[in-house]
Design a protein. Structure first.
Ligand code: ADP
Ligand code: ADP
Length: 222
């Protein structure tokens, strides 16, 4: 079944930049969709519109016949951590906001930090971490919320290749286990082929979807 669909979506910014033109995209529940394309083609804009962080100028976005789910996870391109809070508490915050008790939240936080390789950094503050590690905390925070829809904007771009490989596989495993719908922005052909069930290839000026490619079911290597 369709979880979200975009029909005739266009986005023109106040600056006059036409970021998107006539984007039609239908995302199925449980799908791992990659948005692949060069820098500036409008990939982030598509994610922001889907998340409701911005509105399309034309066209419409429909959610499986109803409203946008409240539990959408968003991993931004840059880490967005609270500098005054330890790693553990950064991951805990969205769970607290959902009303989850500390005891209920703990196993999720532990698992999420482990899946990004930061099990030894619970008590660290963001300023003590490298850029790549901060990004991994941001990813863990989204994973811990167990979102219905997970939107990821080039989440691994700043990471070294080995960490990236590990995270690719961990993300695939979680996606399979949890039944998440993932929309994953990347400019890496390799990553899109490795991870997704379908690739929407975008081109620029104006940003639009040029082609959609179905991929055989991806599977983690171990
Ligand atoms: P991508 O994620 O593929 O790199 P973006 O969605 O970030 O592309 O940007 C698409 C186009 O829209 C680019 O030309 C970018 O400069 C422009 N753009 C993005 N956000 C804004 C904004 N808030 N105001 C004006 N132009 C923007
Ligand atoms: P990246 O930005 O990809 O994490 P870095 O070169 O900054 O790359 O860090 C490489 C590795 O060094 C990290 O993945 C981590 O294992 C370790 N490291 C970096 N900063 C710290 C730190 N403050 N404390 C402990 N280990 C660290």
């Amino acid at each position: 079944s369709t979880i979200v669909s975009l029909s005739g979506v266009g986005k023109k910014f106040e600056s006059g930049t036409v970021a998107l033109s006539d984007v039609d995209l239908c995302v199925a529940r449980g799908e791992f969709l990659s948005l692949l394309g060069p820098s500036g083609c409008g990939k982030s804009t598509v994610l922001r519109l889907i998340a409701g962080l911005d509105r399309p100028t034309t066209g419409r976005i429909a959610w499986g016949g109803e409203r946008r789910p409240r539990d959408i996870g968003f991993v931004f391109q840059e880490p967005t951590l609270m500098p005054w809070a330890r790693v553990y508490d950064n991951v805990w915050l969205p769970l607290r906001l959902k009303g989850m008790s500390a005891r209920e939240a703990e196993p999720r936080i532990v698992e999420a930090l482990e899946s990004v390789g930061l099990q030894d950094f619970h008590r660290a503050y963001p300023r003590e971490l490298s850029g790549g590690m901060k990004m991994r905390v941001s990813i863990a925070r989204a994973l811990a919320t167990d979102p219905t829809v997970l939107l990821m904007d080039e989440p691994f771009a700043a990471l070294d290749e080995i960490t990236r490989f590990k995270l690719n596989d961990d993300l695939l495993r979680l996606w399979k286990e949890r039944g998440w719908t993932i929309i994953f922005v990347t400019h890496s052909v390799f990553e899109s082929v490795y991870l997704s069930t379908r690739i929407a290839v975008m081109t620029s000026r104006p940003g639009r979807i040029a082609e959609e490619i179905a991929i055989d079911e991806p599977s983690p290597r171990s």
